[in-house]
Design a binder for this molecule. Structure first.
Ligand code: NAP
Length: 288
């Protein structure tokens, strides 16, 4: 039997998820299909109710439906509840279940790119940005015990709201909120620096951040993946720091869904990365 999964969003043409999952389906010789569905917000609840009748076993959810998907599931994973957003759907005895794999994707990418024990050596983190992606990154860093986490955002209230969500969540975690003017003082203090803003993305200005005074063993991670080497990562590389780009997060967040729908835990390989890189840089750079 051919198993079918989807990615649903609005718009959806930019999504690389079909390329990722159909690569794995072909690689593992499965009888399966992964399709993109463009569904407007007004039609999303109807899509959730009807996808099983179209023969789908589940799928991914992307912008702008992640919160509506969370509201629509019967069972949400602990991580989905933490983020208030669902990006992976499946059916369990007919009941609609949801997970959020952005946390797993972010952490798996760091695990793959850094030496084991990176979190203990880094100790503390500076996170730039307070949007949806920052929420997943901060949740992941709390899971791994990084503290303090210094949260820097242009709109302070948004960072305060994000810090508030996680207040009291990890017993030993401390999250402080700052404006960009505090960066020179914060940069030397932390072992991990993460950009989750859209600054540095193609067409956007670079982050106003000087890595000169940072720790020599600092890790610099950018979740923007167009371009792959953002101005921040270029600066980090020139400074001799460990660099982690954003493409791995996109690839690793896809792993748990594929395993649920198709029964095989797929590998994020060099060949998959190169496939997506070729597609991204054939002139269609975009966000997931
Ligand atoms: P979002 O919710 O719209 O948040 C955008 C963030 O960028 C906010 O913190 C915003 O600050 C900040 N920002 C935007 N323009 C700015 C400017 N001119 N100056 C200073 N700060 C600015 O977006 P998101 O969903 O979190 O996504 C953020 C980035 O992560 C995007 O580039 C996206 O492509 C990338 N991403 C990558 C992955 C992956 O798998 N690698 C996954 C998800 C997202 P304010 O709060 O002040 O507006």
């Amino acid at each position: 039997m051919t198993r079918k999964a989807f990615v649903v969003g609005h718009p959806i043409a930019h999504s690389r998820s079909p390329l990722i999952h159909n690569h794995w389906i072909a690689h593992y010789g499965l009888s399966g299909r992964y399709e993109a569905r463009d569904v407007a917000p007004d039609d999303f609840v109807g899509f959730l109710e009807g996808f099983r009748d179209e023969g789908f076993v589940g799928g991914n959810v992307t912008i702008p439906h992640k919160e509506a998907a969370f509201a629509g599931v019967v069972h949400a994973s602990e991580r989905a509840r933490r983020l208030g957003a669902v990006n992976t759907l499946w059916l369990d005895n007919g009941a609609l279940c949801g997970d959020n794999t952005d946390i797993t994707g972010y952490l798996a990418n760091l695990d793959a790119a850094c030496e084991p024990g990176w979190e203990g050596r880094a100790g503390s983190a500076l996170v730039l940005g307070a949007g949806g992606a920052a929420r997943a990154v901060v949740a992941g860093l709390i899971e791994r015990g990084l503290s303090p986490i210094r949260l820097v955002n242009r709109t302070r209230e948004r960072a305060e709201a994000l810090a508030g969500i996680f207040a009291g969540y990890g017993k030993n975690v401390s999250i402080t909120v700052h404006g960009f003017e505090d960066l020179p003082a914060l940069v030397p203090q932390v072992g991990l620096i993460v950009n989750t803003t859209s600054l540095g993305m193609a067409g956007q200005p670079p982050l106003p951040l000087d890595l000169g005074p940072c720790r020599d063993d600092a890790i610099v991670s950018d979740i923007v993946y167009v371009p792959l080497e953002t101005p921040l990562l270029a600066m980090a590389r020139a400074r001799g720091l460990a660099c982690v780009d954003g493409l791995g997060m996109l690839l690793h967040q896809a792993v748990p869904g594929f395993e649920r729908w198709f029964g095989i835990r797929p590998e994020v390989t060099r060949a998959l990365r190169e496939l997506i890189e070729r597609d991204l840089f054939a002139g269609k750079g975009s966000r997931e």
